[in-house]
Ligand binder design. Structure first.
Ligand SMILES: Cc1cc2nc3c(=O)[nH]c(=O)nc-3n(C[C@H](O)[C@H](O)[C@H](O)COP(=O)(O)OP(=O)(O)OC[C@H]3O[C@@H](n4cnc5c(N)ncnc54)[C@H](O)[C@@H]3O)c2cc1C
Length: 293
C-alpha cells in the first residue's frame, strides 16, 4: 500500500523546521529516520499532508561534551551512538543499548529523537535515558526547555512534547570510569525483535564498595518505559552483593504493570522475566563497577 500524497520539506535549521511545523499544525509531521512513521503512513494509520524532513539539519546530529554531561542531537542515528568513541568512553550504557535496537538497517536510519517521540512501550531508549536520569530537550523555535526523563513518557505512544515543538537534543550525565558499572539486558523473542522485557541499569560504588548511585529503567512491562524507584532506593548506601541484587530485582517488579501480549507472553511471564533480567543486569553492572559477588 502507498501513502496518501504529501508535500515534502527539507529545512536546514531547527528554526525553519519549527516554523513549518507551526504553520501546518496537525497536518504536519517531522520525518527523522522514517522507521516508524513511513510504515504508519503506508498503512494509512496516520495521514500527513506536510512532511518535514529533519535529516539535513546538521545541528541536530552528533554528540558532544557539555561540562559533565554528554549531549546527543535528536536526529543522531542509533548506529552513530553505538559506534561513537565518545559515547563508548563516557556513557557506555548508551552504546550497549543502541546495539540491541532492531537490525542494522533500522540502526542506520532510526534516530534517538524519533524513537523517544514515537514512545513505543517496548522501545529501548526510554529505559536507558531513565536509568541515566537524563533530560530531553525540546524547542518551539524561541526557546528550548528540558523535560526530565521521568516526566517525558505520558502513555503508550504519547509524550509530554507540545504541539509545535521539536525534540532537539538529549542530555545525559557522563557515567563511566572506576567504580561505575552499567548493563542493558534485553529479552528478545527473535533477533531484531522489540524487547519482551528490557532492563537498563547503572551503578556507582564508592571507595568502601557501597552503592552511591543507582539507576534502573525498565521497558516493555507497562504502558511506558519506567523507573524501578523502590529497587534504586533499596540499593543506595548498601554493599549490594548477591542478596541485595536478588532483593532489588524483586522490588523492580513492583513498579511494573504489564498486560498480556499474544506475541511476547502473558503479564505473569513478563513479571517473572523482569525479575530475572533485572537480576542479571544488576549483577553485570555490579561486577563492571568492580564489585565482587
Ligand atoms: C523492523 C523494525 C525493528 C525495530 N526494532 C526496534 C527495537 O528493537 N527497539 C527499539 O527501540 N526500536 C525499534 N524500532 C523502532 C526504531 O527504533 C525507530 O527508529 C524509531 O521508533 C523511530 O525513529 P525514527 O528516527 O525512524 O523516527 P520516524 O519514524 O521518522 O518518526 C517517528 C515519530 O517521531 C516524530 N519525530 C521524529 N523525530 C522527531 C523530533 N526530533 N522531534 C519531534 N518529533 C519527531 C515523527 O513525526 C513521528 O511521529 C524498530 C523499527 C523497525 C522498522
Amino acid at each position: 500500500m502507498y501513502s496518501a500524497n504529501f508535500k515534502y520539506y527539507s529545512p536546514r535549521t531547527v528554526a525553519e523546521a519549527v516554523k513549518l511545523l507551526q504553520e501546518h499544525g496537525e497536518e504536519a509531521r517531522i520525518l527523522a529516520g522514517g522507521m516508524s512513521l513511513i510504515p504508519m503512513m503506508k498503512m494509512r494509520l496516520v495521514s500527513v499532508n506536510h512532511l518535514i524532513d529533519i535529516g539535513k539539519i546538521d545541528s541536530m546530529k552528533g554528540m558532544a561534551e557539555n561540562g559533565s554531561d554528554i549531549v546527543i542531537g535528536g536526529a543522531t542515528t542509533h548506529h552513530a551512538i553505538e559506534t561513537s568513541p565518545l559515547i563508548q568512553k563516557e556513557v557506555p550504557l548508551m552504546s550497549e543499548v543502541a546495539s540491541w535496537i532492531g537490525d542494522p538497517q533500522v540502526r542506520n536510519k532510526g534516530t534517538i529523537g524519533g524513537s523517544l517521540i514515537h514512545a513505543d512501550p517496548s522501545g529501548d531508549w526510554g529505559a536507558c535515558i531513565i536509568a541515566l536520569k537524563g533530560k530531553i530537550m525540546v524547542s518551539n523555535g524561541e526557546k528550548e526547555r528540558a523535560i526530565d526523563s521521568d516526566d517525558f513518557f505520558v502513555d503508550m505512544y504519547e509524550t509530554s512534547i507540545k504541539a509545535g515543538e521539536i525534540l532537539t537534543r538529549v542530555s545525559v550525565p557522563a557515567k563511566s570510569g572506576k567504580g561505575h558499572g552499567f548493563s542493558y539486558m534485553n529479552m528478545e523473542r527473535k533477533a531484531g525483535d522489540f524487547a519482551t522485557v528490557g532492563v537498563a541499569t547503572q551503578l556507582e560504588l564508592d571507595d568502601k564498595g557501597n552503592c552511591s548511585s543507582a539507576g534502573i529503567g525498565l521497558t516493555a512491562v507497562g504502558r511506558t518505559p519506567m523507573r524501578a524507584s523502590e529497587a534504586e532506593e533499596f540499593l543506595l548506601g548498601k554493599k549490594v552483593g548477591i542478596d541485595g541484587i536478588n532483593e532489588a530485582a524483586k522490588l523492580a517488579v513492583k513498579s511494573t504493570d504489564p498486560t498480556d501480549d499474544p506475541l511476547r507472553g502473558s503479564a505473569e511471564f513478563k513479571k517473572a522475566m523482569c525479575e530475572v533480567y533485572t537480576r542479571r543486569s544488576l549483577r553485570t553492572a555490579f561486577e563492571r563497577a568492580g564489585g565482587a559477588i
